[in-house]
Structure formats: C-alpha cells, structure tokens
Write a protein that binds this ligand. Structure first.
Ligand code: NAP
Ligand code: MG
Length: 407
C-alpha cells in the first residue's frame, strides 16, 4: 500500500472480531498501512470525544476509512463504563463532518434465499439522514383552533400560509429541509451509483406534495443534468425518477441491481424492509458512507453485539458473524486500491470476499445467524474463530491459484 486507510476501532464483540479479522485475514497477506483511531467508549470519554472528530478529519485527509461498531452511550452505558456524559453517536458525528450519505446493500449468498423470489442482484438503499419528520415541529390542538405557517424573512417581511378550517380537535406537524442538504444527498447518490456502475432511482410524491417533494425532484434533476448526465451515459447507467408507490411496486417486481436514493422516512422504513427481505441478518449487509467530495467510509451495519460479548467474557465460545466486518475492510481496501491504482490490493479484496461466500455457500460452514435463515436448513453451526479459520483456508487457496501467495 502507498497511502494508508483510516482505521477506526470500536467496542465490545465487534472490537474482538476486528482484531481477529486483521490478525488472520489481513496482516499475513497485505502490507497494511493504517492511521489508527481508537474510538473505544472510554477513549472517547477521556478525550471529550475529540478522538471522533480527529478520526473524521483523518478521513478527509486520506479519503478512505474503515470503522468498527461503537457504543452510543445511554444512561445505562454511562453507569456501566463510568462516563462523564452520554456522548453523541460517533456515526452521526462522522457523517456530519463528512457531509455523507449511507448506502446499505445485502451480501448475497445462494443458500439464503430472498423473501421476494424475483430478486437476484442487490438493491442498495441510500437514506437522506437530514430533516423532514425527524426534525419537525408538531402539536395537538383543541376543537375550534386555527393554524397557519409563518415564515419571517431576513428583510423583515412575513409570509403566512393558512391551514384548512379544522373540523374538531387534532394534531399538526410542520417539517422542513434545506436545499444544500438535498443537493449533497443527490451528489453523494450519483457519485455512489457511478462508483458501483448501477442505475440510480429517486422517488417521491411530487404529484401531491407539489412544493416539498417537487423541490427534491427538481434538485435531483438539476444535479443530474448539470453534473452527471454525460458520465452516466458514457458508463451505460441511467437515472430514473418515479412516484414513490410506483417505485416500490417496480422494486418488488425487479431483479434488483440498482441504487435507490430515499428521503429520510422512506429510507428508514425501506432499508429495514429490503435488508430483511433479502438476507434476514444485519451481519450480511454492507454499509458505506460516501460524501459529495468523494470521502468514503465503510463499516458493518450492525452494532457491537453486546449480548454475545458478555458471553464471550464469561469464556463461552460465541457464534457471532464476522462477515460484515470482513466486508467493511474489503470495501475500504477496494476503494483505496481504486484511488491508488493498486490492482493487487483490489484483487486481494475481491478474493477475500469470494472466500467468505465460498465458506457459506459451498463449505456450508456458517455462524448461527445465517444458519437460522439458510435454505436448505443446516445444522453445522460454528463459532466465530472456526468460521474465520475456514475463510482463511479458502483465501489461501485462491491467493495461491492467483499467484499472489507461494504454496
Ligand atoms: P446489535 O449489536 O446490532 O445486536 C443486536 C442483535 O442482533 C444481537 O444480539 C444478535 O442477536 C444480532 N446480531 C447483530 N450483529 C450480529 C452478528 N454480527 N452476528 C450474529 N448476530 C448478530 O444491536 P444492539 O445490541 O441493540 O446494540 C449494541 C450496541 O451497539 C449499542 O450500544 C448501540 O449503541 C451500538 N450500535 C452501534 C452501531 C454502529 O456503530 N454502527 C449500530 C447500531 C448499534 P442474538 O442475540 O439474537 O444472537
Ligand atoms: Mg429503520
């Protein structure tokens, strides 16, 4: 490797698996260069969370980061780890600093069948994680109330928008979004689709929401026409706008193989729907963050798997699935390889991904979570380290075959 990637370590079971994956699957084969940031919850506490900000700044410098899952402290965790306060979610902090959008895709293996039988290729969901109902103002009102939306402008002028006459008591909610944020979301979505060479979908309800959703549609169209149309066409990929209900029906009928940019609420709902319908376990998902400037971070989609960690601490063998962590590394290394023109590193990452799939598909060696949803069902469930060893064996065989490792 010429340039490093930013390595962001985390907590609990994922921290343990992070070390195992590096030790067994990366360090023996790759001249791994990383700039290391320890986001263990105690380290964040000691540095008043400065370490999280430094890690995000490092991704701006080196363009590529890989992140382990981290605890987002609540009151219980503050007690458990004796913390100064409930520090904010590191993922949210990093996403904000990089102005990034998160893309989630299933990792497909042929013995976990999608609940929707037409699906053959991944559907990658991008969620606009800003505004709308997640930052709305809402209230209950009594019978006989009236309401209007008031916008006070910089020059002191005021615009009033009346709601219809209410027929009784009820509820009211006003949401907003910001042009600049929608633009960043659009750019990150087009950039990601270009990186993976897949069509991009965006959908909303602009026929009904003639100002709000229509503005999203307009911004996506503008960004496409002005910045991405030519390069999409020369790569043979397309941008499609649909009405949201039409998009869902099309997605279910499709064979997959596209990136779907979703507004905040749809992204929240559809990402859980699509991941569950595809693979039924968060450990068979990739999660990648991309910014309009091309800053990139990959991570596992799941959390720190606390329940397994406590069993591990008691000395029990646990069957926690390291697949999403392995893929966080391979995706980060692939991105590094692409930016640096390092074909060997790219090839290695691809072979490692294939080795994981081969372990599950052909060897039928799997962790409990995959065995639970596998079809045909299997009984041979292994613990995490045995699974990693099986992947290692497949990896070495394929590295030897590819001439990247001496027999
Ligand atoms: P979680 O870590 O995702 O685990 C929830 C359950 O999902 C586990 O108990 C396990 O089910 C299953 N699971 C998740 N990952 C698995 C894997 N790799 N292999 C096998 N099974 C897996 O969520 P959580 O327990 O709600 O959260 C724990 C901590 O993670 C929290 O402190 C939260 O703040 C943090 N978190 C971090 C991130 C992040 O950094 N990206 C994301 C979400 C949550 P069974 O117990 O039934 O086997
Ligand atoms: Mg959700």
């Amino acid at each position: 490797m010429t340039n490093p990637i930013v390595e962001i370590d985390g907590d609990e079971m994922t921290r343990i698996m992070w070390a195992w994956v590096k030790e067994e699957l990366l360090l023996p084969y790759v001249d791994l260069k990383t700039e290391y940031y320890d986001l263990h919850v105690k380290k964040r506490d000691e540095t008043n969370d400065q370490i999280t900000i430094q890690a995000a700044e490092a991704i701006k410098r080196w363009k590529v980061g890989v992140k382990c899952a981290t605890i987002t402290p609540n009151a219980e965790r503050v007690k458990e780890y004796n913390l100064k306060k409930e520090w904010p979610s590191p993922n949210a902090t990093i996403r904000k600093i990089l102005d990034g959008t998160i893309f989630r895709a299933p990792i497909l293996v042929n013995n976990v069948k999608p609940a929707i039988r037409f699906w053959k290729k991944p559907i990658i969901i991008a969620r606009h994680a800003f505004g709308d109902i997640y930052d709305a103002v809402s209230a209950k009102f009594e019978e006989g109330s009236e309401a209007e939306l008031v916008i006070k402008k910089k020059d002191g002028n005021v615009n009033n928008y009346k709601f219809p006459k209410f027929n009784g008591s009820g509820i009211i909610e006003a949401k907003y979004n910001i042009d600049k944020s929608i633009m960043s979301f659009a750019r990150a979505s087009f950039s990601y689709a270009l990186m993976v060479k897949l069509d991009l979908w965006f959908a909303s309800k602009d026929t009904i929401s003639k100002v709000y959703d229509a503005r999203f549609k307009e911004i996506f169209n503008q960004v496409y026409e002005n910045e991405y149309k030519n390069i999409f066409e020369s790569n043979g990929i397309h941008y499609n706008y649909y009405l949201i209900d039409d998009a869902l029906a099309r997605a279910v009928r499709s064979e997959g193989g596209f990136v779907w940019a979703c507004k905040n609420y749809e992204g929240d709902v559809f990402s859980d729907f699509v991941s569950t319908a595809f693979v039924g376990t968060l450990a068979l998902m990739t999660s990648e963050l991309m910014s309009p400037e091309g800053y990139y971070e990959s991570e596992a989609a799941h959390g720190t798997v606390q329940r397994h960690y406590y069993r591990y601490l008691k000395g029990e063998k646990v069957s926690t699935n390291p697949t999403a962590i392995i893929f966080a590394w391979t995706r980060g290394l692939k991105r590094r390889a692409e930016l640096d023109g390092n074909q060997e590193l790219y090839k290695f990452s691809e072979l490692l991904e294939e080795s994981v799939k081969k372990t599950i598909e052909s060897d039928k060696i799997m962790t409990q979570d995959v065995a639970n949803v596998a079809d045909p069902p299997i009984n041979a469930v292994v613990d995490t380290q045995t699974f990693i060893k099986a992947v290692k064996k497949n990896l070495e065989n394929s590295l030897i075959k590819a001439g990247l490792l001496k027999a």
